[in-house]
Design a protein around this ligand. Structure first.
Ligand SMILES: NC(=O)c1ccc[n+]([C@@H]2O[C@H](COP(=O)([O-])OP(=O)(O)OC[C@H]3O[C@@H](n4cnc5c(N)ncnc54)[C@H](O)[C@@H]3O)[C@@H](O)[C@H]2O)c1
Length: 259
């Protein structure tokens, strides 16, 4: 992690707060869950893979909360659990030209990355309003603000979640609740590593040239972010110092999109 060059010493006291992080068994979700746990939150580690949820929870001393966020059971479980911090992170990618994009994968992308976060917001907001405190952090993407070719489903879902972020923020303002999105550029996670082969095929390039020539080409810093860097931005948004920051979409991308 490049931020190691400058020791990160951002501390926020989250003692007594319960945080639910979806898709926390891997990548960015794990990075966010780890940073929140290190700062005192009791973290419910959700993942569709029970093994990943279990192992990540063990590592960060959180509580496994396995399940598919698109399932009614999981949403009902969340309704019964007091949640102070919700991080909507779970997601996946599919790379394909528009004409060949499988409609069922397009629908699933929206289901996981837009409909489920909406249902989770519905599930946690009443309790947050009652307790007078809440933080919702939606892990969107630079693809909430700009498009890339061959990512119709992903870009549609991410543009959608930025809209959902803003509406939820407006309806919860005045209750001690803030709702923001984080819009990362490329982060070094399995989601990015796994798409190198598909991007290579779509762009007609050998896979070893995709990172440099496609992914990092527009990024001034010429590096992938580390998951903890997103974690620290989420931590700041959960702090009292960020009480007035709501309805925003924060880009963290090495200087790529500048909006
Ligand atoms: N990696 C990047 O460059 C990048 C950039 C911008 C935004 N994002 C976003 O960050 C989020 C996390 O991505 P990542 O790169 O860490 O991916 P990842 O594949 O490393 O992790 C995603 C996790 O979500 C879980 N998951 C998937 N579907 C789920 C479901 N229905 N219910 C519960 N868990 C589920 C997976 O099992 C996996 O552990 C995604 O929303 C992604 O769109 C990633």
């Amino acid at each position: 992690m490049q931020t190691d060059a400058v020791k990160v010493n951002l501390r926020v006291d989250l003692t007594g707060k319960t945080a639910l992080v979806t898709g926390a068994g891997s990548g960015i979700g794990y990075g966010v869950a780890k940073v929140l746990a290190e700062n005192g939150a009791q973290v419910l580690v959700n993942d569709i893979s029970p093994e990943l949820a279990q192992e990540a929870a063990r590592q960060i001393k959180g509580r496994p909360f396995p399940g598919d966020i698109t399932s009614v059971d999981l949403i009902n479980q969340v309704k019964e659990t007091p949640i102070d911090i919700l991080v909507n992170n779970a997601g996946f990618q599919h790379v394909s030209p528009l004409e060949e994009f499988p409609p069922e994968i397009f629908r699933r992308l929206l289901e996981v990355m837009l409909v489920a976060p909406f249902l989770l917001c519905q599930a946690v907001v009443p309790g947050m309003k009652k307790r007078g405190f809440g933080r919702i952090v939606n892990i969107a993407s630079v693809h909430a603000k700009i498009a890339s070719a061959y990512k119709a489903g992903y870009v549609s879902a991410k543009h959608g979640i930025l809209g959902l972020t803003r509406v939820t923020a407006l309806e919860t303002a005045g209750f001690g609740i803030t709702v923001n999105a984080i819009c990362p550029g490329y982060v070094d996670t399995p989601l990015v590593r796994n798409q190198l082969k598909d991007l290579a095929a779509s762009h007609n390039l050998p896979p070893e040239r995709v990172l440099e020539e496609i992914i990092l080409r527009p990024v001034p810093q010429k590096r992938l972010l580390q998951p903890e860097e997103v974690g620290y931005l989420a931590l700041f948004l959960c702090s009292a110092a960020a009480s007035s920051i709501t309805a925003q979409g924060y880009t963290i991308d090495g200087g790529w999109v500048q909006i």
